[in-house]
Design a protein around this ligand. Structure first.
Ligand code: NAD
Length: 368
């Protein structure tokens, strides 16, 4: 039994004995797959995108072992991976990515060769209320995970990042963010993710750790925690309650179906160049107002359900990614059409109140 405990600054990282044991134990089990990757550790695999990726891997690569490490914060939901829980290629550990000893022990026990790091505090509204949690998990947690990966000679560390690290674009500009654009985060969430991106890059340049990074736009799909805009709007509409639309409802986001994101990460793991960063986006922009209107139309509810609420501090106006690199170099492009994916997503929340009803008590969006 591997016990997880919180990271203490200056503590576990310097523990040479643990590092040594971790290195000795880090051998991949032979003959599991034709792929280079045999045992993939996914962090945050009980969250929205991580759970889709766990399912994606197990379905596409039946001979690959998937180790899911998740602290099960309010956003981590074992129900999201219930369908794969008994798959012989699947393991789950409740542990903190910021716990060096726990991470090293899991790498050793499971013979991990590849890490995909989704684990994060991910909600901008929460970041305004408790910014330190974001710095701790997203920046320091990633740093600890990297150090454990380095000591264990992991073959690939892929870090999941966001378009939000680049800051905001003005609403009507023609600009978009390149991988090389300067990092100009404006919120505690974005800043903690930008810090993590820099720490990941430092491990490549300083230690030669084989890293890749992807910066993705807003994802939509099933199993997203009901504090994020699409599930909140759908559930409020189903309950005939007002949809809280921020005052700057013309702010735009670029939207990608979560499975198209999973395919892009898979491609980067297979063909991505070590040390490189890849933007992942659809080019499809929608305002928050358009999202609300579309949901109300699909659910046949009146537009009068929209209620303007004050803006969140630091609410970014717009992000748009230039994705020529992943399209040209790796041949990726989104496969799921917005109309199909969005309608299916709204339908899933409509048909699965048993999934979201128990989560509402944990969500700030539903507190009176
Ligand atoms: P999520 O909040 O749904 O899931 C995060 C998961 O991480 C949860 O299961 C949580 O329990 C786990 N976790 C949190 N702290 C942890 C810790 N210290 N140790 C281990 N596990 C921990 O988030 P999501 O929307 O699935 O996002 C996943 C990743 O993708 C994040 O890194 C996020 O920044 C990035 N991302 C998200 C989007 C999006 O639209 N959702 C877009 C671009 C990038």
């Amino acid at each position: 039994m591997i016990k997880s405990r919180a990271y203490r600054p200056g503590g576990e990282v310097a523990n040479a004995a643990v590092c040594k044991t971790a290195i000795q134990g880090c051998k991949s089990p032979p003959g599991l797959s034709n792929m280079n990757m045999k045992t993939i550790l996914v962090t945050g695999g009980c969250g929205f995108i991580g759970s889709h990726f766990v399912r994606y891997l197990l379905k596409k690569y039946p001979r690959v072992r998937v180790v899911n490490v998740d602290l099960l914060t309010y956003a981590g939901n074992p129900e999201n991976v219930k369908d794969v829980a008994k798959n012989p290629g699947y393991r789950f550990y409740k542990a903190d990515i910021g716990d060096y000893e726990a991470m090293s022990a899991i790498f050793k026990k499971e013979g991990v060769d590849t890490i995909v790091n989704f684990a994060a505090e991910s909600d901008n509204n929460r970041a305004v209320r408790s910014p330190i949690d974001f710095a701790r998990t997203n920046a320091l947690g990633t740093a600890v995970l990297l150090e454990a990966a380095r000591q264990c000679q992991i073959k690939r560390f892929h870090h999941i990042s966001t378009c939000e690290v680049f800051g905001q674009l003005s609403l009507n500009s023609r600009a978009s963010f390149l991988e090389a654009s300067p990092l100009r985060p404006r919120t505690p969430y974005n800043a903690s993710k930008a810090a993590a991106d820099l720490i990941v890059k430092s491990y490549y340049h300083t230690f030669g750790l084989p890293v890749t990074i992807s910066n993705c736009c807003n994802n939509y799909g099933t199993h997203q925690f009901p504090e994020k805009v699409i599930p909140v709007f759908v559930i409020k509409a189903l309950k005939n309650q007002p949809l809280p639309v921020f005052k700057s409802s013309g702010n735009k986001r670029e939207w990608l179906h979560v499975l198209d994101h999973c395919r892009a990460i898979d491609l980067i793991l297979q063909k991505g160049k070590i040390g490189e960063t890849y933007n992942i986006g659809s080019g499809l922009e929608k305002t928050i107002n358009q999202i609300a209107d579309r949901i109300l139309k699909i659910l046949k509810k009146p537009k009068t359900l929209k209620k303007i609420v004050p803006d969140r501090p630091g609410h970014d106006t717009r992000y748009l990614l230039n994705c020529q690199k992943i399209r040209k170099e790796l041949g990726w492009k989104p496969q799921i059409k917005w109309e199909d994916g969005f309608r299916e997503t709204v339908g899933w929340y409509k048909n699965n109140p048993g999934w979201w009803e128990p989560l509402l008590a944990k969500s700030n969006s539903w507190k009176k």
